[in-house]
Unconditional design. Structure first.
Length: 265
C-alpha cells in the first residue's frame, strides 16, 4: 500500500498526539509518585523529572497541531501534487435475495451462581483505649506524615549497619530504626512492641525531633523470650507502619520486664 501526502501528514499528526498522551501520563505519574516519597532530595528529583516530561508533552502537542494545520501546505510546496485518474466503477452489483430469519431462539435456562465469594477482612492496627486516654495534645498530625520501614537492630546507628528479621538470641536492648517525614513538634507519636498479643514495651510522647530524618524506638528486656514480635508506630491515633521479627533459641528462665524507652530525631 502506497502512502499519499495527505495520509502521511495525518499519520505523523496521530503519532505526535499519541506521544503527547503517553509523555503527559508518564509526567503525571512521576509527579504523583514523588509526593509519596519520604526523602526530600529523591522527591524533588522525581518531581523535576515529571515536570520535564509534561513540558515535552506540551511541545509534542504543539508539533501535532502544527502538523495537522500546516503539514499538507508545507508538503505540497516541496512536492507539487500530480493529477491522478479516478477509477469509475462500470458494474454495480445489486443483491437479489435477502434472507430473513423466521425463528428466534429464546434462552430457556438462566444459570445462577450458587457460591458467592466473600472478601476477607484485613484488620488495621488500632491503639488500645487505655493508651488513648493519656492523650492531651492539641497539635493535629499532618496528613502527609510518613514513616519508612522499621529496621530491627542490636546497635543504634543511622543507617543501621546490621539489621535482621530474626535473632537467634537477644539480651538487653533492641532498636527499631526508621526514616520519617512530615512530623511536627508536639504531635503525639506512639511505639508499641508486641510479643504475640502481649505488649512488652511501649512509648508514647509528644514528638520533639526534627520534621524529617532518622528516628528510633527501643525496647529493653533482661532476656528476650523466643517468639514472634511486632513493632507498630502511630501518629496521633492513626497507624502508620509495622514490622515483624522473631527470636529463636531455647526458652529463657527469666521473665521479661516491660520497660518504656526510646526517642527520635
Amino acid at each position: 500500500m502506497s502512502l499519499t501526502i495527505d495520509t502521511t501528514v495525518q499519520l505523523i499528526s496521530v503519532l505526535l498526539f499519541a506521544a503527547t498522551i503517553i509523555t503527559g501520563l508518564l509526567g503525571w505519574w512521576q509527579i504523583q509518585d514523588a509526593r509519596r516519597l519520604p526523602f526530600f532530595l529523591l522527591r524533588q528529583s522525581r518531581m523535576a523529572r515529571g515536570w520535564r516530561l509534561m513540558a515535552v508533552a506540551v511541545l509534542l502537542a504543539g508539533a501535532g497541531v502544527s502538523s495537522l494545520t500546516f503539514g499538507r501546505r508545507v508538503a505540497y510546496s516541496i512536492i507539487p501534487p500530480t493529477p491522478s485518474m479516478t477509477p469509475t466503477a462500470t458494474i454495480t452489483l445489486t443483491p437479489t435475495i435477502t434472507l430473513t430469519p423466521t425463528i428466534t431462539l429464546t434462552p430457556t435456562i438462566t444459570l445462577t451462581p450458587t457460591i458467592t465469594a466473600t472478601p476477607t477482612i484485613t484488620a488495621t492496627p488500632i491503639l488500645p483505649e487505655a493508651i488513648t486516654v493519656l492523650f492531651r495534645e492539641t497539635v493535629t498530625p499532618a496528613p502527609e506524615a510518613v514513616f519508612g520501614p522499621i529496621l530491627v537492630t542490636k546497635r543504634l546507628d543511622y543507617p543501621p549497619a546490621s539489621h535482621a528479621d530474626s535473632f537467634e538470641e537477644a539480651k538487653g536492648t533492641l532498636f527499631g530504626v526508621f526514616t520519617y517525614d512530615g512530623l511536627d513538634r508536639g504531635v503525639r507519636w506512639t511505639a508499641l512492641w508486641y510479643r504475640g498479643d502481649e505488649i512488652v514495651c511501649m512509648e508514647t510522647q509528644p514528638w520533639d525531633g526534627a520534621r524529617g530524618g532518622w528516628g528510633f524506638t527501643e525496647c529493653e528486656q533482661e532476656t528476650w523470650q523466643p517468639g514472634e514480635y511486632e513493632i507498630r508506630l502511630f501518629v496521633g491515633e492513626t497507624w502508620k507502619v509495622s514490622t515483624r521479627f522473631s527470636i529463636t533459641g531455647p526458652e529463657a528462665t527469666a521473665t521479661p520486664t516491660p520497660a518504656p524507652a526510646g526517642g527520635g530525631g
